[in-house]
Structure formats: C-alpha cells, structure tokens
Design a binder for this molecule. Structure first.
Ligand code: SF4
Length: 374
C-alpha cells in the first residue's frame, strides 16, 4: 500500500528526495501538508499549526509543537526528518558580512552569505538583511572567473535545502532575514522547479513571508528559462549576470554564451520585459577583459533597450585564478560612460573581499583541505 508520505513525494516529480531516508518536513507546501494530514484523519487546521511552528516560531523538533496531539507528533517524526544543514565554518569580515559553509545530510558542502543592513547590496541605503543563497552543489556552467564552477557540478539542491539556508543563517547570526538573492553557488535557472518550490515557501504568508520584491533570482543567461519566468505570476526580481556586452567578451569568460548568444539572451529579456516585469544587469568588472570604454557603450545600449538597471561589481580575487579588478579610477570611468548614455547604473562598494566572499571559494578551500592526507 502506498503511504501518505509517498503520495506527497509523488506530487513533486521534478524533485528527487535527498539521500536521507526520510523527506524533510520543510519539503512540503501547506496544501501538500493539508492533503497528507487529511489522509491521516487530521482536521484541516492542523497543517497550518505545523507551518506556524516551522516558519513563524522556527522550532527545530516535532516535540516542541506542543499544541499538536502527541500521536500526531509521533507520526510526523516517523514520516519526516527535521535535520537541517550542519554549520562547518562561519567567517565574518570587518564590515560584518558573514559567510557560512554548511554540510548537507549527504556530506556535500554549500555556501551562503549574510549581507548586513545599510548600505545595501547596490549602494543605496537599506535596513534590510540579505541572504545570498546557493541553489546547486557546484555548478556546470564554468564561468572562467568563478570559484563555484572550478570543481564541476554535483547535484541540484532540494527546495527544503534552499529554505534551510535561510533558517540556518538566522539561527547562526540571530538576525532575521528580509531580503533574498539567489546569487550563491550554482545556476538558479538550471534548477528551476526546485527554486520555484523554495520561493513559494519563502514568499508564502504561511511560510517565511518575505515579499516577492525582496527576492532576486540571478542567471548567467539561460534564455529558455527566462522565457518561462516571464509567465510566472510571482513578481520577484530577475538579475541577468551579463559580465560582457558583446559575444566576443561573453564567449571568452562565460561558456553559456555559446549556447545562448547575446542576441538570443536579449530577445528572451525583451519577452520578459514585455510581460511588465523588470530586470537588472549584473556586471562584474574584470581588468583587461570587460572594462573597456567600448564595452561600457554597448552595455548602456542593452540597458536602455530593456530599461534595465546596471549593477557594476568590482571583481573579487579568486585564489588560483588570474583575474583582477580594474583600478578605482577605471571603475569610475566605466560607470560614468554607462550613465552618460542615460542608463541607471551603480557601482557596488562590495563587501566581503577579505573573507573569500566570491561564491564557491570557501567550499573549495575546505574541500581541498579535507582531501589532504593526514
Ligand atoms: S558565475 Fe554562476 S553560473 Fe557561472 S560558474 Fe559561477 S555559479 Fe555557475
């Protein structure tokens, strides 16, 4: 006979359960939990009680859900796991950006970052605390400047493993997260079904209740998935990691551009914007690669075409890679040229340069040290 838990697992065909024997209780949405508990003879309000314990009171065991009948708590504990990621390392920088290295239940390592309030990620002041989350273990896209791709791709994260990062950061830092960016390890749109599953929990009134406008998804340029997102009803923000304004430059540093060249990517962005959705460009400034005046002129043209804001980010040095950031003067010149065209652009006074904050570096350092013979 098929159990109620197996029924719920079948509701989510795109998402394989992780290697632990029981699924995480945080793998279910309210409707799925309601359905599962109804199959066990529980009234409809019980599911909401459970999600309140999970996401409002943020408890870490079924035993603490004291307004549930004892037999129901036992059944939940028999069916579901409560295990979240184990914290391996926490690094804090002078400006209090903190980086977390988490070990998943199958032993894989992922990184998340907490970016403190004021000033915000893109220069304007903000009182928001931002979590930068990973969506995959490793990354298959191999951007030449990025540490996450250096060790290849291992697997997609489950929706619960994405949500767990927020809860784990809050537990470790004592701070409440109210802004999310999917700019950590992995290409978020290559794990689209699980990403959207996680966003539903993060955004839902019964979940973490973080407003859609405070959730930003980034992509290196997966045009077909951008077209799918154009028709998503949730109004989250989309950031295109452009990092080059011509095919010649993007081909050099982002292999994804050979599959979806700039014209294809910009056409997908047109379709996205046509649905009354806004997007922005992320542009990491790398000395001698994408920081010429010509790139600035071209970038401004793309931004004006799409009414996209441009976020310029000086490159974070990665151990083992040859790239570096332009001089401060060079960064300011690039910004000025983009602005002279009338495009809206900011230059990030980025945080975390001193804690290996570029995505993937901390994991790579830890994996390499764990591989060293003792
Ligand atoms: S920049 Fe993003 S898409 Fe490119 S290799 Fe790194 S994690 Fe993957």
């Amino acid at each position: 006979m098929r159990t109620a838990v197996a029924e719920v697992a079948l509701l989510r065909p795109a998402s394989k359960l992780s290697s632990v024997s029981k699924p995480s209780i945080r793998s279910l949405h309210l409707a799925e939990l309601t359905q599962l508990l109804a199959a066990q003879g529980q009234p409809a309000y019980r599911a909401k009680q459970v999600t309140d314990w999970l996401y409002k009171k943020r408890v870490e065991s079924f035993a603490t859900m004291t307004d549930l009948p004892a037999a129901m708590r036992e059944q939940l504990a028999a069916d579901f796991s409560f295990v979240g990621p184990e914290t391996v390392r926490v690094l804090g920088s002078k400006d209090t950006t903190r980086k977390f290295l988490f070990r998943l239940t199958d032993g894989n390592l992922i990184e998340s970052v907490l970016i403190p309030a004021s000033p915000a990620l893109y220069g304007e002041t903000s009182d928001r605390r931002t979590a930068c989350l990973s969506t995959q273990v490793g990354c298959a896209y191999g951007c030449k400047f990025c540490a996450s791709g250096l060790d290849g791709f291992t697997r997609n994260l489950e929706p619960s493993e994405i949500v767990d990062q927020v809860l784990a950061i809050e537990r470790e830092s004592g701070e409440r997260i109210d802004n999310i960016v999917f700019m950590g390890m992995g290409e978020p749109l290559a794990n689209l079904a699980n990403l959207l599953g996680a966003i539903r929990i993060i955004n839902a009134p019964w979940g973490l209740e973080i407003g859609a406008r405070h959730i930003t998804i980034s992509t290196s340029g997966l045009a077909p998935q951008i077209l799918k997102l154009a028709h998503e009803p949730t109004q989250f923000r989309l950031a295109i990691s452009l990092h080059g304004a011509t095919d010649a430059v993007r081909d050099q540093i982002m292999p994804v551009n050979r599959k979806y060249p700039l014209a294809t990517l910009l056409d997908a962005c047109d379709a996205y914007v046509a649905q009354k959705k806004r997007l922005m460009f992320e542009y990491i400034l790398i000395a001698g690669v994408n920081d010429t005046d010509e790139q600035a002129h071209q970038l401004a043209g793309h931004a004006l075409r799409l009414s996209a804001k441009v976020n310029l980010i000086p490159y974070n040095t990665v151990e083992g890679l040859e790239w570096s950031r332009p001089s401060r003067n060079g960064q300011e010149t690039f910004l000025r040229i983009v602005r002279e065209h009338g495009a809206v652009a900011t230059l990030r006074r980025e945080k975390g340069h001193d804690i290996a904050a570029a995505c993937g570096q901390l994991r790579l350092q830890t994996k390499r040290s764990e591989r060293q013979p003792v």
